[in-house]
Design a protein around this ligand. Structure first.
Ligand code: AMP
Length: 292
């Protein structure tokens, strides 16, 4: 028997009618924002939301505010029908696919900036990026008004910035971080992996390997800077054309952690970013030095 297609709405007004009915019925609503081109990483977030919610909404919106001139906005993969079929298969209840005009009404002047946290790591060279993320997510939160929203820990800085925004602005939304879904060689699944040539794809697994080795070394007591230096060398040896950073940070503030402040028994975050030609890959993982 042919399945009914996933309900898809494009306006706040249509979205709100459905959300209103769900709220009247006392249902708990989960939300997963995406830019489409969905893969198993995105779908895992839907499944995570379904574990704790009665209804789950996914948004598909390629946010131009997150791209600078010359970045990949025009070529960013778009596949709405396939995406909706995938969402349907994992049990999502509704797709919200707003137009540009719906998200940014003409003459729109309001933006959200989560200060400091947006200027580090991936934000260093492109602070506009996280202003764009915070602004679109705040707008989507206001449209959907979910009880729970799930973000991937793969984009760890984004996840922490959203948590901070929710705290600062008093959104009554529980933010959950979904585990990173990886390929067999450890490479984090990402829409941008599609840009890699077969040879680059083989080298790209080195990001996970380098971070994982650094994590093991730090946990075993190797001085942090030595472990990070080795990881940077590992990335270059795997064919990364440029390494933006491999670093350790406080898991909440994202401020750099060095040997002096990496307290035993307190979790830290290890993060890396590097390039294959025009394709930028990021990854991260937790580390913990046991108290002995
Ligand atoms: P994007 O469509 O790239 O904006 O991603 C939408 C959401 O999916 C974000 O919360 C991402 O962190 C999350 N995500 C992307 N890739 C993965 C992955 N490999 N594992 C888990 N979550 C992911």
């Amino acid at each position: 028997m042919k399945q009914k297609p996933l309900p898809r709405v494009r306006t706040k007004a249509d979205l709100r009618k459905i959300i209103y009915d769900w709220r009247q019925a006392g249902l708990r609503i989960g939300f997963v924002p995406t830019m489409g081109a969905l893969h198993n990483g995105h779908l895992s977030l839907i499944k995570r939301a379904l574990e704790v919610c009665d209804r789950v909404v996914a948004s598909i919106f390629v946010n131009p505010e997150q791209f600078a001139p010359g970045e990949d906005l025009d070529v960013y993969p778009r596949a709405e029908d396939e995406d909706c079929a995938k969402l349907q298969d994992v049990g999502c209840h509704l797709a919200y696919c707003p137009s540009l005009e719906e998200m940014y009404p003409e003459g729109s002047l309001t933006n959200i900036r989560v200060e400091d946290m947006s200027d580090l790591l991936d934000g260093g060279p492109r602070p506009h990026f996280f202003y764009g993320v915070a602004t679109v997510v705040a707008r989507l939160f206001i449209h959907v008004r979910p009880d729970v929203a799930v973000f991937g820990q793969k984009d760890y800085q984004q996840f922490q910035i959203i948590k901070r925004m929710v705290h600062d602005l008093g959104f009554e939304i529980e933010i959950i971080g979904g585990e990173t879904i990886r390929h067999a060689d450890g490479l984090a699944q990402s829409s941008r992996n599609l840009y890699l040539s077969p040879e680059e794809r083989r080298g790209a697994g080195g990001m996970f390997a380098a971070l994982h080795r650094a994590k093991m070394r730090i946990e075993a007591g190797t001085p942090i800077e030595a472990a990070l230096k080795e990881a940077r060398g590992h990335l270059t040896a795997c064919g990364f054309s440029k390494v933006d950073y491999v670093t350790t940070a406080d898991p909440h503030t994202l401020l750099a952690l060095d040997e002096a402040v990496a307290v035993k028994g307190k979790e830290g975050r290890l993060l890396g970013a590097g390039w294959f030609g025009k394709t930028r890959l990021i990854d991260n993982m937790a580390f913990l030095r046991e108290e002995r």
